[in-house]
Design a binder for this molecule. Structure first.
Ligand code: URA
Length: 274
């Protein structure tokens, strides 16, 4: 029993989300992927949960079976014409397996009429609890850095690539990301930001369709186009920057991040969008 429990925590199942278990064959699954019990007892794995998710590149990947188990997804056909309709459509969407394990849908925060839209990776524990993006430790750092340049949630709008917390803040799978992207694109089309800021590698790689890492992408202005049926009519000036969770681990990168925020400020002033 203890070994099974340890395995579940290691796999990211660190919270009770319902009265009954909904994995009918979890014991069989556990037996297939877990290490021999002696190993687990001698060296119990560290708790996977972290109060705030970091960028995928610095987080531990889940056991392979869990990764591929969550690959089943269904691409949504997005029809929403307003933000409220989009929120409802996302809330009804059952093609992303993360919805089953999350406490809340985390849709957005900030001002929908703001000229600047920020997109992060995925909600963490605190975001899942409150149903709002970037309200945990990394959100506080983001608020501080943006605030020092005159930005807050009245002149920005913020969301994520994923609308639900990955269990234990594990790295989202490609399938989970793919299932949410059509909603994210429609989200951008409806907000029509004058500037798009991508926080971290997952957001940047996903929306810019590139395998290039955030270290190379950050600080370089580009244009976000959107896919043909996204409804995004004109290219949007777009700036990838480091994810604040990365800055919490890598304080030396804060200097570059601050320069990027200053570049954002300059562009916003030059383009007269504030
Ligand atoms: N990290 C993210 O990428 N998004 C959040 O909402 C919180 C932390």
């Amino acid at each position: 029993m203890l070994a099974d429990l340890i395995w579940q925590v290691e796999a990211g199942a660190d919270e009770v989300v319902g009265e009954e278990a909904n994995l009918s064959n979890w014991k069989g699954l556990a037996a297939k992927v877990r290490a021999p019990q002696e190993d687990l007892r001698a060296d119990p794995p560290p708790r996977a949960a972290h109060p705030d998710p970091g960028p995928a590149s610095v987080r531990r990947a889940p056991p392979a079976a869990i990764h591929s188990a969550s690959a089943a997804h269904q691409a949504p056909r997005v029809t929403a014409q307003t933000l409220d309709e989009l929120r409802d459509e996302v809330a009804r969407f059952d093609g992303c397996p993360l919805r089953a394990t999350a406490m809340n849908l985390v849709f957005s925060d900030g001002n929908p009429a703001a000229p600047i839209m920020l997109i992060g990776e995925a909600p963490g524990e605190e975001e899942d609890r409150q149903g709002k993006p970037f309200v945990g430790v990394s959100g506080k750092l983001l608020d501080q850095m943006m605030g020092a340049a005159g930005f807050d949630r009245t002149n920005t709008y913020i969301s994520n690539i994923l609308f639900w917390r990955p269990p234990g803040n594990r790295t989202p799978t490609d399938a989970e990301i793919a299932s949410c992207v059509p909603f994210v694109e429609r989200h951008i089309a409806l907000i029509k930001p004058k500037i798009l800021v991508l926080l971290g590698g997952v957001a940047a790689k996903t929306l810019l369709h590139t395998a290039t890492g955030i270290t190379r992408l950050r600080g370089k202005w580009t244009q976000y186009m959107g896919s043909p049926d996204s409804g995004i009519e004109t290219p949007i000036p777009c700036l990838p920057i480091y994810h604040p969770a990365y800055l919490l681990r890598q304080a030396s990168a804060k200097r570059q991040a601050w320069n990027d925020i200053l570049s954002l400020k300059k562009r916003a002033i030059d383009d007269n969008v504030l």
